[in-house]
Ligand binder design. Structure first.
Ligand code: MN
Ligand code: MN
Length: 457
């Protein structure tokens, strides 16, 4: 009997085969990261994988039955993947996994295009919690959609192909930085300074109205059929350009934009697709988590309960009873312990890279403000489930008390009367353009989700 609790590093005493499984799984994850940088792209990726695995589009009018596999794509920006199992959902409940697929980024303002000093720029309004200085002097790609008059939707993705140009936000040179250097880091770069360079060539065919801005508009019109007003009916954003890369001589870690929260979304998607047919499972890709989970595609939207109610009604189950019996993994990242900033962490209660899935009993800030704080009974359920199935897990809080804090979608699902626990992956440099996770943890959360889908209630 182990009287002491000890954290376990997965890479320590890891067999060659286990290491191979970890690395193989992460190749698939890299593909998801590279092709799913925005919530729309991540949902499109999920739809493709769902359809390849026999899932069909869901409608609220449909009566679902045992064995049905459906996905509900909510306005292209969030998705609910539903698998009806053989077990009675009034007795067994539904297994729910909810990750988010929006990540911090720079959205374009509605009127973004202007010219200054004979350079064309696009103005941005940052989305989510970012450290603004990190978004200057890095290559950026433009992703999103523009709605043309009449309902035509133009997909935009510039800066990811090797032959594509990229975009860039400038910073002041160190020679002239005396004033900036004296500022607190939060104000060193202002939100209004996050304007990306997008052009500098004049339109030689139009000498009278010649300007760089007009030349860019002409170029955009030729490529996408858009005019300046169409920016107002668009969702375009700058994200870091480039692909996920292995980190370290031994490739133990993986660096990418958007680990928060694709690192939970991808394993969740794989887990529901790989799970057996006994339990009813719903996997959620939520949008708008980074701005508070509001809106029609956020986790606070009624759409989730609409989907759950449709499942209950189809199976002639009482929705209140089903919610009471259901369990949910709120799958989101947590702050990984970073020895360079040790003062922000409480060593005994932090999540460490490569030490397995991170269980957070509660999130929030100050005196646990704004958290659902899972019951001991629920934490114990997952402890037993993970221990019995060889899933490596650890428990972690986000940093020291009163240093900061954070939240997830957990409370919105718990508020519906569903037992919900935060389980995720430890991340370094969270919300930076290039975040880092341990590949071992990525594979471990897949294993955790799979045993959750297949395990008894
Ligand atoms: Mn997150
Ligand atoms: Mn986040």
């Amino acid at each position: 009997m182990d009287l002491n609790y000890e954290r376990k590093n997965i890479y320590k005493n890891c067999s060659k085969q286990d290491l191979q499984n970890i690395f193989d799984f992460c190749e698939g994850y890299k593909d998801f990261l590279n092709k799913g940088k925005t919530e729309r792209e991540a949902c499109a990726y999920a739809v493709k994988l769902c359809e390849e695995n026999g899932y069909k589009p869901f409608t609220f009018a449909e009566k679902l039955k045992v064995g049905d596999k459906r996905y509900f794509l909510n306005r292209d920006k969030s998705i609910f993947i539903v698998k009806i199992g053989t077990e009675d959902i009034e007795k067994e409940g539904v297994k729910i996994m909810a990750a988010h697929v929006d990540s911090p980024r720079l959205d374009l303002k509605p009127n973004p295009l202007y010219e200054d000093a004979e350079i064309a720029y696009l103005k941005t309004h940052y989305y989510g919690g970012i450290k603004k200085y990190q978004w200057t002097t890095i290559p950026l790609a433009l992703h999103g959609v523009v709605m043309l008059r009449g309902g035509k939707k133009m997909q935009v993705c510039v800066g990811e192909d090797e032959s594509d140009p990229v975009f860039c936000i400038t910073d002041i040179l160190p020679h002239l930085s005396a004033e900036q250097n004296a500022k607190p880091i939060a104000t060193a770069i202002s939100g209004e300074a996050l304007n990306a360079m997008v052009g500098g060539v004049y339109d030689s065919e139009d000498e009278e109205n010649s300007s760089v801005k007009n030349a860019i508009l002409k170029l955009l019109n030729q490529k996408y059929g858009i005019t300046e007003v169409d920016f107002q009916c668009s969702e375009l954003c700058f994200v870091p350009a480039g692909v996920a890369r292995d980190v370290g001589f031994d490739k133990a870690f993986l660096s990418s934009y958007g680990h928060d929260d694709k690192v939970c979304a991808y394993p969740e998607l794989k887990a529901i697709l790989d799970s057996d047919d006994t339990h009813t499972v719903i996997a959620v890709f939520a949008d708008k988590e980074e701005t508070g989970s509001d809106g029609v595609t956020g986790m606070q939207s009624r759409v989730f309960s609409d989907v759950l109610n449709t499942v209950c009604a189809s199976l002639n189950a009482n929705p209140m009873q089903v919610r009471y019996k259901s369990k949910c993994i709120s799958a989101d990242v947590n702050a990984g312990y970073d020895p360079h900033f040790a003062e922000a962490y409480e060593k005994r209660n932090s999540a460490y890279l490569s030490c397995g899935v991170d269980v957070s009993k509660y999130t929030g800030s100050r005196g646990k403000g704004g958290t659902s704080d899972a019951n001991a009974e629920l934490v114990a359920y997952f402890r037993d489930l993970f221990d019995d199935n060889g899933v490596v897990w650890q428990i972690g809080e986000i940093g020291k008390i009163d240093v900061g804090g954070g939240g997830t979608v957990a409370k919105f699902i718990a508020n519906m009367g569903i037992d919900t626990l935060d389980i995720g992956v430890a991340v370094l440099s969270m919300h930076a353009p290039y975040e880092i996770v341990s590949k071992a943890d990525v594979y471990e959360i897949y294993k955790a989700m799979l045993v959750f889908c297949n395990g008894k209630n």
